[in-house]
Design a protein around this ligand. Structure first.
Ligand code: SF4
Ligand code: SF4
Length: 92
């Protein structure tokens, strides 16, 4: 069974790090920092291997990326989406 966040299946919530490949130099500092095993190095290249391991709302690794290559969806959009998903489930 999938993990739930506020009663919503985690996979329905697109909160995870997005990497700008033009800025990322594969230094892997984010991988070393993340305590939730979200990242993986494949032949030295960074991959967001387990995006849904990222707790909704965490963005801590952004601060350790020297070229500022890590981004997340806007928090305002996240809150709107959560409201919408909660409403949908309440109406089920
Ligand atoms: S935001 Fe937090 S959990 Fe998500 S990848 Fe970064 S450090 Fe890991
Ligand atoms: S810390 Fe930034 S530059 Fe380094 S691997 Fe992660 S995303 Fe790429």
């Amino acid at each position: 069974m999938s993990q739930l966040y506020q009663g919503i299946p985690r996979e329905e919530i697109p909160w995870f790090p997005m990497i700008n490949p033009k800025l990322c130099d594969d230094c892997l500092k984010c991988l070393e920092f993340c305590p939730h095993d979200v990242y993986e190095a494949v032949e030295g290249k960074l991959e967001v291997a387990r995006p849904f391991n990222c707790p909704v709302g965490c963005s801590r690794c952004q601060a350790v990326c020297p070229p500022n290559a890590i981004h997340f969806m806007e928090r305002r959009d996240l809150n709107m989406l959560l409201q919408q998903l909660r409403r949908q489930r309440a109406g089920m």
